[in-house]
Design a protein around this ligand. Structure first.
Ligand SMILES: C[S@@+](CC[C@H](N)C(=O)[O-])C[C@H]1O[C@@H](n2cnc3c(N)ncnc32)[C@H](O)[C@@H]1O
Length: 511
């Protein structure tokens, strides 16, 4: 029976690149973890490494490696529990990526013991075990998902990395398709064990610019960027400060300038939208609304969904039937809202099986979050933003009165006297985009907008004439967008103003 766990083969060029990243001498003690059919061992052999060990849990894969590399020691065993009497100068490889919940029981138990949580992945355990097995000054070179940079449950992994040494190189490959069928967001990291003064040194960070790139080009261009210490047409090269703690890490780095600010939560309420738990039943076509009676029309509400959020402007909305929690009786629904009752009744069984709190009826929405606040402020314009976004720019959009947020977006309601247009311009600016990403908001190729992150974001306190100018530009942008005109020049002007004002403040501090 096959024991393969998370087997995918690494392209030869990627393993070659990773071996090239090592500074270990050719007689170093090297280990390839989860060696599969020997992609890394082959490269280590090609580059003249003499003293290599491979470990592979699957017997067939182990045999393939063993038959090819007779001069290397190939162990058939479980890396996480195997006892190695000596430590290593270099540990390299592509560990398996499998969530705890999908692992065989015995492996899952070892993972939990090592990573101290059941909410993680086997590759977290591979990282931690490898850090232990390195000699002082030894190197760990892994290709792994980017996920552990920000996942809450990977804090222990980040903490261990942070305490045991320093990251020297990160090659952020984003979602480049490297492995057959699967395209997780991956990074190659090179770590060195030991005590260092991390203030004296920087991490070399490469970020890929084009996801559709063959491995050979990735190898050549990343080695080129590292050698020349500069960006090229495939990679952005940066030297960044070491991560200072085990909070979320990010490869979006910005030297965040020090400017006078308020936090977004000081000037606006940020909140999540309503979740129906069964959109298909509650959605109503605009052309069906005229056939409803007056009571029924009262229950129709217009919602903004993620797809309606354009940069600056809401495009269209979706109408839903919102049966508020105070309509409690099915008989009442049938008698007073007959069309709606007839529309919902075919879904009753499915709607009953949704997760709904005890005191709710089958025809209620699943979660009316911020309900009181939203209903009390229905007559106000709001800013909306999708909670997860693949776009390369922010899509904060202004919605008119009488709109409600659906579950896939957040709303931002500025407090009285706050200028919503200024805020909208700031949130959509290039500065804010970079600043937000630098706070660790990337999630699997997308950017996550959460109440927690947004609440704590700084909004600069600009002189009122600058604020007014920004506000004016935003109004012009909106007008032009409504007329389907180009707004590029205005957006550039807005970005320029924000950068200039922030820079001005920095310079005045330097003086
Ligand atoms: C992502 S694959 C990489 C294979 C090979 N190194 C390559 O790069 O082509 C991960 C490998 O780790 C092996 N593996 C999974 N869990 C293991 C464990 N606990 N101990 C040793 N090997 C393991 C899998 O069978 C698989 O071959």
């Amino acid at each position: 029976m096959s024991n393969r766990i998370g087997f995918v083969e690494t392209p030869a060029e990627i393993s070659r690149l990773m071996v090239e990243l090592s500074d270990a001498p050719k007689d170093a003690r090297v280990m390839d973890v989860g060696c599969g059919n020997g992609v890394f061992l082959k490269e280590l052999q090609n580059q003249g490494f003499e003293n290599c060990t491979g470990i592979e849990i699957d017997k067939d894969l182990h045999n393939i490696s063993q038959s090819q590399f007779e001069h290397y020691k190939i162990i058939n065993g479980d890396y996480l529990t195997y006892h190695f009497p000596d430590k290593f100068d270099l540990i390299i490889g592509n560990p398996p990526y499998v969530h705890y919940n999908h692992l065989p029981r015995n492996i899952a138990n070892s993972v939990r013991n090592i990573i101290k949580t059941t909410a993680g992945d086997i590759y977290y355990a591979f990282i931690i075990k490898s850090l232990e097995l390195l000699k002082e000054g030894g190197e760990l070179i892994f290709i792994v998902p980017y996920h552990f940079f920000y996942n809450t449950y990977a804090r222990y992994v980040r903490d261990t990395i942070f305490k045991q040494g320093k990251i020297e190189i990160i090659i952020d490959l984003d979602e480049t398709s490297l492995f057959f069928k699967e395209n997780p967001e991956t990074v190659i990291i090179k770590f060195r064990k030991g005590i260092f003064n991390i203030d004296d040194e920087k991490i070399k960070l490469l970020k890929i610019k084009t996801k559709k790139t063959p491995p050979l080009k990735i190898m050549n261009k990343s080695l080129d960027a590292l050698q020349n210490k500069c960006s090229n047409n495939l990679f952005d090269y940066q030297e960044i400060k070491h991560y200072a703690n085990s909070n979320q890490w990010s490869t979006y780095i910005m030297d965040i300038p020090d400017f006078p600010f308020v936090q977004l939560k000081d000037i606006a309420k940020v909140g999540v939208g309503f979740v129906s738990g069964f959109d298909d039943a509650f959605r109503i076509n605009k052309e069906d609304i005229p056939f409803l009676n007056d009571n029924e029309k009262e229950l129709v509400k217009n919602f903004v969904k993620g797809k309606n959020c354009q940069k600056y402007l809401i495009e269209d909305y979706v109408s839903y039937i919102l049966i508020e929690d105070d309509i409690r009786d099915e008989g009442e629904l049938r008698d007073i809202y007959p069309h709606i009752y007839n529309k919902l009744i075919p879904y009753k069984v499915q709607m009953t099986s949704r997760y709904i709190l005890g005191n709710k009826q089958w025809f209620h929405w699943q979660a009316l979050r911020n309900y009181k606040f939203l209903i009390a402020n229905l007559n106000k314009k709001k800013i909306y933003v999708p909670t997860l976004d693949r776009h390369s720019y922010n899509r904060f959009s202004l919605g008119d009165e009488d709109l409600l947020p659906s579950g896939d977006i957040l709303f931002i309601q500025p407090f009285q006297y706050e200028d919503i247009y200024f805020l909208l311009g700031y949130l959509n600016s290039d500065f804010f985009r970079k600043y937000y990403l630098a706070k660790g908001a990337r999630r699997g190729g997308r950017v996550s907008f959460t109440q927690r992150l947004l609440d704590d974001m700084n909004v600069p306190i600009f002189p009122s004439e600058i604020k007014d100018k920004i506000s004016q530009i935003v109004k012009e942008i909106i007008m032009k967008l409504e007329n389907k005109s180009n707004v590029l020049a205005l957006e550039k002007e807005l970005d320029r103003l924000i950068y200039k004002e922030i820079e001005k403040n920095r310079l005045s501090k330097v003086k």
